[in-house]
Design a protein around this ligand. Structure first.
Ligand code: ATP
Length: 298
């Protein structure tokens, strides 16, 4: 069974407070984009266990991989005795703020449920997904959604208006845990206007959705300070005609929203030249351009 696990970006990301249990209450708008990893699930009779292979040597293939964790959770619960071979081809940059691992896990949940006829509903899969990672329930839901609580309260929103999304991942590593630990949630001077962004989505108004002060990510107060390259990429994107440019998740990937494909492509080429170690991708909102694929040119 072939599956596509799409990347996500955060059209806005707000942190409301640090809770007593150490987690943070967030309010953010999630958007699936056209870039995806490929998964192939094959049941094998007579060879119990989960056998994962991938195209990347540096990600785990044991239970530390979210794909194995997800498959094992469902197969153990339902006493599946067949084995499962999983091939994972990763194209989504790893540890980039694009929820690649969470999306792989989400598709594994959906795939294992169908493959072995477990009969779980999307909601039941989302409940189980939350035990693997905060973004997994959203990745099962897909599309455009408001995410609240610790990422467990999801409200579907109208699809994002059509646009070109340019992604740029600088060659730096960021730990999500570290960024949240260093965030001073009570001292944040600016917050995105998430309500205005929801109104803009309902009205299908791309300019209002990307207006200054509306599209913003509070985690830039941590990742952006540590890594000035993030701000430089954002400036380059807006100077090249992006309606807005912010960081996704805890970073380091920066994205720009363009209403003009030629400008977006010209910006991608320029970034490729000026920042050869960064990875750049041109993509689209996943649900408005079904069948369109991202591309990355060397
Ligand atoms: P988020 O946006 O949720 O913070 P991310 O895109 O920043 O996620 P991932 O690509 O999901 O981060 O990977 C983070 C870590 O998880 C990596 O260090 C990697 O070793 C581990 N990992 C486990 N399973 C996977 C997977 N299927 N794909 C990629 N990384 C995985």
């Amino acid at each position: 069974m072939y599956l596509r696990a799409n990347a996500k970006i955060n059209l806005s990301l707000d942190v409301l407070r640090k809770r007593d249990d150490g987690y943070h209450d967030v309010r953010m708008i999630m958007q699936m984009v056209g870039m995806y990893d490929r998964l192939n699930l094959t049941p094998v009779t007579g060879l119990p266990g989960i056998h994962l292979t991938t195209n990347l040597s540096y990600i785990p293939v044991n239970e530390n991989n979210l794909v194995v964790k997800a498959a094992k959770m469902l197969m153990d619960e339902f006493g599946v005795t067949d084995g499962l071979e999983i091939r994972l081809d990763k194209f989504i940059p790893v540890a980039a703020g694009l929820a690649g691992g969470s999306s792989d896990a989400a598709q594994t949940f959906l795939g294992v449920n169908r493959l072995f006829g477990l009969g779980l509903t999307k909601e039941e899969l989302m409940q189980r997904g939350a035990r693997i990672g905060a973004d997994v329930p959203y990745c099962i839901l897909g599309g455009t959604a408001l995410s609240e609580g610790v990422g467990d309260i999801l409200t579907p929103l109208p699809p994002m208006p059509d646009a070109c999304i340019l992604l740029c991942k600088p060659n730096i590593n960021v730990s999500t845990k570290e960024i949240y630990t260093e965030l001073r949630a009570a001292e944040l001077a600016f917050h995105p206007d998430v309500d205005a962004q929801i109104r803009a989505l309902k009205e299908g108004d791309l300019r209002a959705m990307t207006a200054p002060g509306v599209m913003y990510n509070v985690l830039e107060t941590v990742t952006g300070i540590k890594h000035p390259v993030i701000n430089r990429i954002e400036t380059a994107m807006t100077e090249a005609g992006a309606l807005a440019s912010i960081m996704s998740g805890s970073g380091p990937t920066v994205f720009g929203i363009f209403d003009d494909t030629d400008k977006a492509e010209a910006c991608r080429v320029m970034l490729k030249k000026t920042r050869p170690s960064a990875r750049t991708f041109l993509t689209w909102p996943a649900d408005t351009r079904k069948g369109r694929h991202h591309y990355e040119r060397k």
